[in-house]
Design a protein around this ligand. Structure first.
Ligand code: NAD
Ligand code: UD1
Length: 341
């Protein structure tokens, strides 16, 4: 018999990827509870989700590491599954504050899994990252490539992946999908929700869009001497709306016997930094001032996904093209030059 998964706990649902996924879940008729401590998001994102969907959200302001709060949520609701986004994600910060990262990301997952197990909710979709492949031996990257993180953030993701594999080996009732995101970009087509990083963005696309609205003066392109199409770094950028739909497909694919599976979530196509700058300029009509700077420590030349496993097993592929990504990003950034504030 086909299992149905209806009531979903979304940890980190106020954040960038979480908010887009909550919109998709609500639109697909799922009953959603968001748990977030708002350490890296704004309550305004919740109001915007409600504006888009027309549905009042059930939001719990709590930390996933707070056992009592988590137990209370599981007493109040009988969840069919959890999507676990809550975590810290800045690579550089994780190098400076490793304990904070391990505590938040690893202890948070441990706490959540314990309470889920006690509440007999054993289906989870977990946010991992292409960073777990480190510097891959070749591209495109398949899920069976060696796992080799190079910083505390990446290690914390690998630790949680290991935890998930171990619990699913110990108890066949666990149904686990690990989604390894490549480079999430862009925003909801409404222009109401999008990425709103704290401080100066580390990632390419929010940096470019903040140059476009005049918040930042000039993009530094980190290296133009890589072995790539034009010397600049190549990545697999994926529209956040495609990422959101991957979570729905991942939930729907959870079934008895699933065990623990990892999936690459990307487009399967890489673009260089200069190609991204040009595509943004074409979609926005803005000129992006840039200069070539030295390589950023820890960066790799090329990273893009082999997405055949997610296509085959989840029935999911990315649908938005580069121009669509850029248009939606510009719609969000030009309507919200200062993000949610
Ligand atoms: P985000 O920071 O926008 O969202 C994370 C949300 O989790 C925020 O709302 C934050 O307040 C909340 N949170 C953090 N720690 C918490 C805790 N202990 N308890 C409760 N809430 C907590 O990040 P995002 O870009 O939406 O990323 C979501 C997930 O995807 C993260 O786990 C991240 O590591 C992973 N990921 C992100 C990217 C990316 O480029 N954005 C790439 C790969 C993987
Ligand atoms: C970063 C994270 C990685 C995470 C991924 C997706 C680091 C070291 N890695 O990877 O863990 O999984 O985001 O969110 O932070 N670039 C510039 N100028 C900039 C910013 C970036 O030239 O101001 C270049 C980079 O050198 C790279 C490309 O743009 O070639 C993409 O960079 P970024 O958006 O930071 O993503 P990743 O480095 O792939």
């Amino acid at each position: 018999m086909q299992q149905t998964t209806n009531k979903i706990l979304v940890t980190g649902g106020a954040g960038y990827i979480g908010s887009h996924t909550v919109v998709a879940l609500v639109e697909q008729g799922f009953d959603v509870v968001v748990l977030d401590n708002f350490s890296n998001s704004q309550p305004e994102s919740i109001s915007r989700i409600e504006q888009i969907t027309g549905v009042k959200l059930d939001v719990v302001n709590a930390d996933v590491r707070d056992e009592i709060a988590l137990q209370r949520v599981f007493e109040l609701h009988q969840f069919d599954a959890v999507i676990h986004f809550a975590g810290l994600k800045a690579v550089g910060e994780s190098v400076d504050q490793p304990l904070r990262y391990y505590h938040n990301n690893v202890q948070g997952a441990l706490q959540l899994l314990r309470v889920m197990g006690d509440g007999n909710c054993k289906k989870i979709v977990f946010s991992s990252s292409a960073t777990v492949y480190g510097d891959p031996s070749s591209v495109p990257i398949t899920e069976s490539f060696a796992l080799n993180a190079t910083n505390p953030y990446g290690h914390s993701k690998l630790m949680v992946e290991t935890l998930l594999r171990d619990i699913s080996s110990s108890d066949a009732d666990w149904q686990v999908s690990i989604l390894r995101y490549f480079n999430p970009v862009s925003a909801h087509s409404s222009g109401l929700i999008g990425e709103d990083p704290n401080g100066i963005p580390n990632n390419l696309m929010p940096y470019i869009s903040q140059v476009a609205v005049g918040r930042l003066a000039c993009l530094s392109i980190y290296g133009d001497d890589y072995d790539t199409v034009d010397g600049t770094g190549v990545r697999d950028y994926i529209h956040v709306a495609d990422l959101a739909s991957a979570h729905i497909k991942a939930l729907q694919a959870l079934a008895p016997g699933h065990g623990c599976q990892a999936y690459n979530i990307g487009t399967g196509r890489g673009y260089s930094v200069l190609e991204m700058v040009k595509a943004f300029e074409a979609a926005s009509g803005q000129t992006i001032k840039y200069k070539i700077a030295p390589r950023r420590i820890g960066d790799i030349a090329s990273c893009y996904a082999d997405t055949s496993k997610s296509a085959r097993e989840l029935g999911w592929t990315a649908e938005h093209d580069l121009n669509g990504m850029m248009q939606d990003l510009w719609h969000w950034q030009s309507n919200n030059p200062n993000g949610y504030s």
